[in-house]
Design a protein around this ligand. Sequence first.
Ligand code: ADP
Ligand code: 5GP
Length: 219
Amino acid sequence: MAADPQHQSDRLQRRGLMLVLSSPSGAGKSTIARNLLETDTALELSVSVTTRQRRPSEIDGVHYHFISARDFERLRDTDALLEWAEVHGNYYGSPREPVEIAMAEGRDILFDIDWQGAKQLSEKMRADVVSVFVLPPSMAELKNRLHRRAEDDEDTIARRLKNAAEEIEQWRSYDYVIVNDDLDRAFDAVRSIVKSERLRRDRRPGLFDFVSGLLDEPL
Ligand code: ADP
Ligand code: 5GP
């Protein structure tokens, strides 16, 4: 039986993409990221290093690598981080090596990082980055979500709310913007973005050979 041409073209060699998700704390980007990672096996998470305290629900090495300030400085100063930033009084950074390996192998990586990190990645690797900013439907709902998450103390929540306006100001520098009112709609929107971005011509170097083969076929 002849191969399904659509299916065949799905298997063409392609270049991985770097999907960057940012939002003010509590808007829902980690929830969206989790759903994407569960439903899209071609996507993997860039596990950041951080000096922040682990939350009760978090697992070291899965959600973050929890490290000391001293170890963070060592990684930062040896250029082992692709980007890094201070966010809400803690340090966060994306380890360089796993990303470089994944990109070279044509795999897609998801980054749950703030606007400062998104800016650094876009400056360094513009062609590979697809950035999505997640907005809350209202500031009142943002506050509710931070409380409902029930993983941070009151001081931490107050600090995150205070920083929210500054983060929201950055929305214009992202490729896509999603208002996370309804979770299912937000998931669908991000999945559509990923699906379309994977089809971009410049992410599919295998098309050169595919099209040459098409044109060489005897009619
Ligand atoms: P962020 O990673 O942006 O800080 P989270 O993904 O941790 O935010 O979400 C904060 C809280 O809001 C969580 O308790 C999550 O379950 C909840 N949440 C996320 N999206 C929605 C939504 N669309 N409707 C209601 N609650 C939501
Ligand atoms: P949280 O403490 O809620 O997990 O994350 C706080 C903020 O830091 C979020 O906006 C999150 O996206 C951001 N963040 C997490 N990891 C990184 C990282 O490696 N680099 C940067 N720049 N920001 C990060």
